[in-house]
Design a protein around this ligand. Structure first.
Ligand code: NDP
Length: 479
């Protein structure tokens, strides 16, 4: 099946007539083509967005809100179709696509459809000067959104929904590895009555299509989620043009387990926070630190549970671990397992590719637990982004805090303890944008989302996202 660009409300072939193969990770076969869009397609998308902007930016909040909520309802009504498409394109278990990816994509539209009706700006009375200041929050214009392959529609809509709600028009690019649900979204937007040109979706390689978006002189803001190296490149290109930037980048998140935690709850959740989506979630807790007094027990129980996870075809409802997203990515993860072995890491379970019957060419890998004794080894410092976690013991709070912070990343952290004082101390000192205590990946869309250090700059989520997608303008009236 050939995917097309969605420009000005219509599906278009790429102008250069060049196509890229789209692979199904579950069997390694090509199952469609996607446009290898050039600068010319991005220019068409920009022109459509620019033409739509005067009218869309003046559309009432109520009307915008209605359309966003309608998109959300249509996504919910098409849950099965979208979940199947996501699972096939990405390799993730269908059960996950049905319960997380697509419902959360629908929530993004519903949430920002509501949020825009509550979004307000400030006023400041300059007492004694007979003056009143008020702040306008105006849409930026045409903005660019670029998203990764791990949670394709979920992260794509995380950007698109607030951008549109705030009155902007968009040129958006999903990852070339997982374009399918973004392609299907166009139909839904048309059915929901989104005016043509408000959202334009161009497909293609990051280095050509993505590059054309970030270097376009009139695309005034870029919201990007992806790898840290790509984020640094985008920052470099965008800075001389003074584009507004939001960068949500990689992570190497600590999962810190104290002996006083609710053990069973911790164990269940730690299996999830390690291996959900084949470990390909920027928020996965890939470095597990366990207090010495329960280390032995944890090691035994955790490995036992991990061994029970079923690696299988994504469309099988009983599958826990589906396929990794691509052959290149599988090779990258396998290479990290070799690096860990060479660094004296002990493979407690997993570590090998899995051959699934009838799908021998799929990109399957066993969930892998590696015991390390040195927190500074590469497997503990670099983002693997696969079903691989490390475990190591710690003696006290100071020691684990130091190890938690001794990485270049700072996206999220998980803390398991019932000690309130320790919770307060640790959560204020861990260098991360998001701290979960006695839970993982519990999301409230009103909260700020983003990382520190090499995990990015800026925050999205709630009003933070609406602030990012608007310009503040102060008006001062003397009376
Ligand atoms: P990449 O950085 O490789 O790609 C992300 C997106 O950027 C893709 O659409 C890609 O296109 C595009 N891109 C690549 N090069 C350029 C360029 N020069 N100009 C513009 N766009 C470009 O990341 P991955 O897709 O591999 O995603 C995995 C990464 O994303 C991990 O590091 C993960 O931690 C991070 N991530 C961060 C999250 C967060 O919220 N902080 C959430 C989820 C993931 P294409 O793929 O088509 O080449």
């Amino acid at each position: 099946m050939n995917i097309k660009n969605y420009i000005n409300g219509q599906y278009e072939n790429p102008i250069n007539k060049e196509w890229i193969d789209n692979y199904c990770p579950a069997n390694g076969e090509v199952y469609g083509k996607i446009p290898n869009s050039s600068k010319a397609d991005v220019e068409n998308a920009y022109n459509a967005a620019q033409s739509a902007f005067p009218s869309w930016s003046q559309t009432t909040f109520e009307a915008r809100s209605r359309i966003l909520i309608k998109i959300s309802e249509l996504l919910e009504a098409n849950l099965q179709r979208f979940a199947e498409a996501e699972s096939k394109d990405n390799g993730k278990p269908i059960s996950l696509a049905k319960t997380v990816d697509i419902p959360r994509a629908a929530s993004n539209f519903r949430f920002f459809g509501n949020a825009i009706t509550q979004f307000a700006s400030e006023s400041h009375e300059s007492v004694g000067h007979n003056a009143m200041n008020y702040t306008l929050r105006q849409p930026i214009g045409v903005v660019g959104c670029i998203s990764p392959w791990n949670l394709p529609l979920y992260l794509f809509t995380w950007k698109i929904a607030p951008a549109i709600a705030a009155g902007n028009c968009l040129v958006a690019k999903p990852s070339e590895v997982t374009p399918m649900t973004a392609y299907l979204l166009g139909e839904i937007c048309n059915e929901a009555g989104l005016p043509k040109g408000v959202l334009n979706i161009v497909h293609g390689l990051g280095t050509t299509t993505g590059q054309a978006i970030i270097e376009h002189p009139d695309i005034k803001a870029i919201s990007f989620t992806g790898g840290t190296i790509t984020g640094a490149h985008i920052a470099k290109v965008a800075a001389p043009m003074f584009k507004k930037l939001s960068l949500e980048l990689g992570g190497k998140n600590p999962n810190i387990i104290f002996a006083d935690c609710d053990y069973n709850d911790m164990l269940e959740t730690t299996v999830r926070s390690s291996f959900s989506n084949q470990g390909q979630i920027c928020l996965c807790g890939s470095r597990i630190f366990v207090e010495t007094s329960i280390y032995k027990k944890f090691k035994k129980d955790f490995v036992e549970k991990v061994k029970k996870l079923k690696v299988g075809h994504p469309s099988d409802e009983s599958t826990n671990i589906g396929a990794l997203v691509s052959k290149t990515h599988l090779e990258k993860v396998l290479n990290y397992i070799e690096i860990a072995k060479n660094e004296n890491g002990i493979i407690l379970c997993g570590g090998e590719q899995v051959i699934v019957k009838d799908f021998e060419n799929g990109y399957y890998l066993e969930p892998t637990v590696i015991e390390v004794s040195n927190d500074e080894c590469r497997i503990n410092q670099e983002e693997v982004f696969g079903p691989v976690v490390t475990i190591m013991p710690f003696n006290n709070e100071d020691e684990v805090l130091q190890m938690a912070n001794k990485v270049k990343y700072g996206l999220s952290a998980t803390l398991w303890t019932n000690d309130l004082k320790r919770t307060m101390r640790m959560s204020s000192q861990i260098q991360a944008g998001i701290i979960w205590v006695n839970t993982w990946m519990m999301r409230d869309l009103r909260t700020p989302f983003g990382g520190v250090k090499a995990s990015g700059i800026g925050r999205e989520g709630g009003f933070e996202a609406l602030r990012f997608f608007t310009e503040a303008k102060n008006v001062c009236i003397k009376f």
